[in-house]
Design a protein around this ligand. Structure first.
Ligand SMILES: Nc1nc2c(c(=O)[nH]1)N[C@H]1C(S)=C(S)[C@@H](COP(=O)(O)OP(=O)(O)OC[C@H]3O[C@@H](n4cnc5c(=O)[nH]c(N)nc54)[C@H](O)[C@@H]3O)O[C@H]1N2
Ligand SMILES: Nc1nc2c(c(=O)[nH]1)N[C@H]1C(S)=C(S)[C@@H](COP(=O)(O)OP(=O)(O)OC[C@H]3O[C@@H](n4cnc5c(=O)[nH]c(N)nc54)[C@H](O)[C@@H]3O)O[C@H]1N2
Ligand code: SF4
Ligand SMILES: [Mo]
Length: 867
């Protein structure tokens, strides 16, 4: 085996990553890695079956790999995991070994010798030893730390899911920088923040086992999504067993829409208005769950003319209108709050929050929604009525002896409603619909799988930090509820720190498992940020970010290393899992954990790092001890022991341990426990903390003359209730001469912007459809522009122009074009086959959500013409 492995490495060349190897080289490499057929005299190669986890995308599926003579030959789903999460795996996971056996992998540390950075600048890579890499980084890190540790920024994306964020947090804490930046604002941060503003926790899933109706506003679980390997199976099962109906509302006939009972092609970004019109239909017909709204939410709380919730004498406790005594009181036992109405308190007019909502919907008729969102008024009315009917308002069901609220209708979304300039408001609208029928945490409804009220501070006014301490401006006055870091802002603040009153200039950035500028709208503006700092990239490929690096460090893949793995739960189950190494074709020595460990140790921070690891992981029984080193495996053993209390042999043999929820823990420990009844009814139908925060932002901005804060825009964003303004993001208002809405989406064949680019199975073996992406246009729009499938077209936006190949289809609105993510990458370090297609982020406009900092991906407008 050793011999074969050496032959494999020679086939690659140490600098294969940047050497432009062809498909032939891949075939040769595969041959070299194949057990020699003629060596029949040798004993048969050892075959092992290894249970592990896929880490190509954030679905974290359980896998069962067959390894013959040290070479991974097949990857199948782990059948034991089906009960707890995935029944199948996707083509990326099944061909995952091709990401590992990739001649273009980074194999040795490299340093840049050409200080100029740009897509057309040859970095002048020089291979260096790990010793030289660690030494030079140690000197640089020590110097920055002595000056101001905040000048180091750590950025991760997929990396968070590899070694896990807790280690990254411990690294930055031990070093002393506040700047650890994850990618969530490129991903689904706005949906999380909407959840957090509403019930002070995040994460939801539909209770599909019992649902009768799924209204899906852009959760793309046959192509993307983060719980897709459960959603795809469970939706199919529930259709068969439970008569589940699926209606997909989105501008494009996605994989999910194609399999649904009904597809409603809404105009991009205008869903908010359609949803508000549905809310109006429900409220006008009084098909709402009044007891739920009164007992669980802040709907009955009294709101004054300025939009502020009226408080008791203590200045804190909200008042409701008690119908028993006809007076304003806190909601305590004995008080019967009115859901609706206008009253007078201390001589001033007030209305319940619910009435503020219903009054605000006066003009949001289904006909108005038709005009704005392009969905027939009759469809909006019918869907609202269907939602109310299937929700079975008032019914209960008994499960395991518990009598439970039964609301088997659920409105769900992933990035479809949230990857937008008004993303928080977009998903807040969806939440309000679910609240109106009482679907929250009910049987068949929207499950708060992330718990309820775990972080009460999300209900508070934001601290609106000024001046900002973090280079990404998270939690600062600029983005007050950016609770999940801001992926894209560091690349902007480094270009002009004073503009944001950032009191220092970042000097060094470490990018771990993220190809940041490629994943963000207006990519070239992001790349500019990379020219301002000393950059270290820890990756498996020579990505575009690596092309702008000063030093590149190769990492092991998920098939080569130990990890305590994040997992996806379902409404019914949870589990803990590991990933374990099964091959190491390039004999790589280090992975991200051991790189961190070495850097900490050489700076004399090892024990501090160990202590911070114990804190970030919340380790209690089994901990990292000072005064010694840990291998990656030893680190995983500690986490496994502390979190599962099981022997490590269980991890190695089974890869995971699972748990199942009881009806009580599933339905009675969330909203029922935290929000039901007097003193507790706090789910925020009316997000009053936003209005209070707006006034705080206004005060700080005026006092400090902050040019970066455009107050009228903040006022629109910080409305306590979603409204029609949230259907008009900046490009819709301003780019009048650009007729097409541009949307983007995931595709099954690729993950994000890096590690699947070179996978020959996905890229080449699957054929033309998977090999590139297209500019999808509707037949009528294409005919009007004289465009046919296969034509090269130009997409022109206010940011720039880019070319693509037209694909003329019926499954998209005539006023919309769709271009998938993942393609059109340009790094010379990828295989030529990996570089086809259109990188739409290069021309998308940049308008982050002012609440959460989330990027807008589906708001840009464009002209499209034959190139
Ligand atoms: N237009 C458009 N843009 C989008 C999206 C979209 O749908 N449309 N989606 C958005 C979403 S949801 C997200 S989450 C972001 C993602 O944005 P990022 O988190 O920035 O994701 P990638 O850029 O793909 O970064 C993943 C990197 O990890 C590297 N990697 C993979 N495996 C390993 C490993 O084992 N070790 C190391 N060290 N590195 C590894 C890959 O090579 C790649 O460079 O993109 C966003 N951008
Ligand atoms: N194959 C693959 N799977 C992945 C990933 C990957 O890179 N590749 N990435 C993973 C990650 S990190 C994430 S966050 C998830 C994302 O998972 P999803 O959010 O489920 O997928 P996306 O394709 O990003 O976007 C969702 C859908 O929104 C639709 N959409 C666009 N604009 C609008 C609109 O205005 N209204 C409505 N209603 N819909 C709209 C798009 O057509 C798309 O189908 O996918 C995960 N799974
Ligand atoms: S869905 Fe994601 S985690 Fe699951 S097999 Fe596919 S790439 Fe791997
Ligand atoms: Mo994401």
């Amino acid at each position: 085996m050793e011999l074969q492995r050496r032959g494999f490495i020679q086939g690659m060349g140490a600098l294969g990553a940047a050497s432009g190897l062809s498909f032939d080289a891949v075939a040769q490499a595969a041959k070299a890695a194949t057990p020699a057929a003629k060596a029949s005299a040798r004993p048969p190669l050892e075959t092992r079956h290894i249970k592990s986890g896929c880490a190509i995308c954030p679905n974290f599926c359980g896998i069962d790999a067959t390894v013959v003579g040290g070479v991974v030959r097949t990857i199948y789903p782990d059948t034991a995991r089906a009960e707890f999460y995935n029944h199948g795996i996707c083509p990326k996971g099944a061909s995952g070994m091709y990401n590992t056996y990739d001649p273009y992998r980074l194999k040795k540390p490299m340093k840049r010798t050409n200080p100029k950075k740009g897509p057309n600048e040859d970095p002048g890579w020089v291979e260096i030893s790990w010793e030289e890499a660690f030494n030079s980084l140690t000197v640089r890190l020590a110097k920055i730390r002595a000056d101001n540790p905040s000048k180091l920024v750590w950025q991760h994306g997929q990396g968070k899911y590899l070694i896990q964020e807790q280690f990254c947090e411990a690294f930055t804490k031990a070093y002393g920088t506040p700047n650890m930046v994850h990618r969530t604002t490129a991903c689904e941060a706005a949906r999380h923040v909407a959840d957090e503003l509403t019930w002070a926790s995040a994460n939801i899933l539909p209770d599909l086992k019992y649902s009768k109706l799924l209204l899906n506003f852009g959760a793309n679980y046959h192509e993307g999504e983060q719980a897709s390997r459960w959603l795809d199976w469970q939706t199919a099962m529930s259709r068969e067993q439970n008569d589940l109906k699926i209606v997909v509302v989105e501008p494009r006939l996605s994989g999910v829409a194609g399999k649904a009972d009904e597809w409603v092609p809404v105009r991009p970004g205008k869903d908010v208005v359609m949803l508000l019109a549905m809310a109006k239909v429900l409220i006008d017909a009084n098909t709402i769950d009044e007891p739920f709204l009164v007992e669980f939410t802040n709907s009955p709380q009294l709101v004054d003319a300025a939009g502020i919730i009226v408080k008791d004498k203590d200045g804190k406790t909200p008042l409701v209108w008690d119908t028993a005594t006809n007076s304003a009181k806190p909601y305590v036992t004995g008080v019967t709050p009115a859901l609706k109405g206008g009253y007078t308190v201390d001589g001033k007019p007030v209305r319940t929050a619910f009435t503020v909502l219903s009054d605000s919907l006066k003009d949001i008729t289904p006909e108005y929604a038709e005009e704005v969102a392009g969905v027939p008024a009759a469809t909006t009315v019918r869907l609202a009525q269907l939602f109310a009917k299937e929700a079975r308002i008032g019914e209960t069901i008994e499960i395991e002896g518990q009598k439970l609220r039964y609301r088997p209708a659920v409105l769900y979304s992933f990035r479809g409603l949230s990857a937008k300039e008004y993303g928080v408001q977009g998903w807040r609208t969806g939440l309000i619909l679910n609240m109106l029928v009482g679907s929250i945490d009910a049987v068949g409804g929207l499950m708060l799988v992330g718990g309820a009220y775990a972080r009460p501070q999300y209900f508070d006014v934001s601290k609106c930090e000024f001046p900002p301490t973090r280079a990404d401006l998270a939690q600062s006055v600029f983005y007050p509820y950016s609770n999940h870091h801001i992926a894209q802002t560091t690349c902007l603040t480094v270009q002009d720190p004073a503009a944001w009153s950032l009191p220092y200039t970042p000097e060094m950035q470490i990018f771990y498992g993220t190809n940041r500028p490629v994943s963000i709208p207006n990519s070239w503006q992001q790349f500019e940020g990379l020219t301002k700092t000393y950059n270290v990239v820890i990756d498996i490929l020579m990505t575009e970010s690596a092309w702008y690096a000063d030093m590149v460090l190769p990492d092991k893949t998920y098939l080569e290393s130990w990890h305590f793995a994040p997992t996806r739960g379902t409404p019914d189950t949870g589990h803990s899992a590991i990933r374990q190494p099964m091959t190491n074709p390039f004999n790589l020595e280090y992975d991200a954990f051991t790189i961190m460990w070495e850097l900490m140790k050489r700076q004399g921070l090892r024990d501090k790092f160990a202590q911070e690891c114990n804190k970030s992981w919340g380790l209690k029984d089994v901990t990292f001890k000072p005064g010694r080193d840990y291998t990656q495996r030893e680190g995983v053993e500690i986490l496994w022991a502390d979190k599962t209390k099981k022997d490590f042999s269980v991890a190695i043999e089974q890869g995971f341990v699972g748990s199942r929820k009881t009806a009580k823990s599933k339905y009675l420990s969330g909203a029922e426990d935290k929000f039901k009844g007097p003193g507790k009814a706090k789910i925020k139908l009316y997000a009053d903390q936003l209005i209070d925060t707006y006034y705080k932002v206004e005060g700080i901005a005026k006092k400090n003359n902050l040019a970066k804060i455009d107050l009228p825009l903040y006022k629109i964003a910080y409305s306590p209730l979603p409204n029609k303004d949230h259907a008009f993001p900046t490009p819709h208002r301003e780019a009048k001469d650009y007729p097409f809405y541009v949307i983007t989406h995931k595709r099954m064949y690729r993950n994000q912007s890096g590690n699947t680019v070179n996978n020959v199975i996905l890229n080449q073996a699957l054929g033309a459809d998977a090999a590139t992406n297209y500019v999808q246009m509707n037949v009528t729009a294409a005919a009007a522009a004289g465009i046919k499938s296969g034509d090269t077209v130009t997409i022109e936006t206010r940011v720039g122009k880019i070319k693509g190949t037209a694909q003329v289809v019926q499954g998209i609105r005539p006023d919309t074009i769709a271009v998938s993510y993942h393609y059109g990458q340009w790094s010379p370090g990828y295989s030529p086959a990996g570089r086809k297609g259109t990188a739409i982020n290069q021309v998308l406009e940049y308008h982050p959500d002012l609440i959460s900092g989330h990027n807008s991906f589906n708001d840009t407008k464009a002209k499209v013409y034959k190139a």
